[in-house]
Design a protein around this ligand. Structure first.
Ligand code: DQA
Length: 145
């Protein structure tokens, strides 16, 4: 069965009770269920990983080379997550970077992502809908599996 990697970085495990005015009220479990729903008709299974530590995220990417694609919200690792960036550089399938908030409408330190140049697309500012849209985009990108 084809698998889609859903990778969430630091502080995203507490969605639903984290600065809800910025990140919304959906929990990570809600988001994982929404992504699973989006891809189920294609027979894809979602492998969901959330870790606060960069090393664990790197290992999750290294262990997911067989997945058909990935949705990655790196959280603050977008700013300087160089080892996550290098792990994704060797990830063989298309992946999309997602941010719940519009990072360019926020503090300057969030305006650049070291990962984004490697992603096939970036979705930001659409809340949890962004994950669904990323799933749809990957369904479109990954033809035939
Ligand atoms: C975030 C944006 C990041 O700047 C922040 O550090 C997060 C969440 C988002 O989803 O909007 O942890 O990735």
């Amino acid at each position: 069965m084809a698998e889609l990697l859903l990778l969430n970085g630091p502080n995203l495990g507490i969605l639903g009770r984290r600065e809800t005015e910025i990140y919304g009220t959906d929990t990570l479990a809600d988001i994982e269920a929404a992504v699973a729903e989006e891809v189920s008709h294609r027979g894809w299974k979602v492998v969901a990983v959330q870790q606060d530590g960069e090393g664990e995220l790197v290992r999750a990417v290294q262990g997911a080379y067989d997945t058909v694609g990935a949705i990655v919200n790196p959280g603050a690792l977008m700013i300087a997550g160089w080892s996550l960036r290098d792990a994704l550089a060797n990830y063989p399938a298309p992946w999309i970077e997602v941010h719940l908030s519009n990072v360019w409408a926020r503090e300057k330190f969030r305006h650049e992502s070291v990962l984004a140049p490697l992603a096939c697309g970036v979705i930001a500012g659409l809340g949890s809908l962004g994950y669904r849209l990323a799933a749809r985009a990957l369904l479109d990108r990954v033809a035939g599996s």
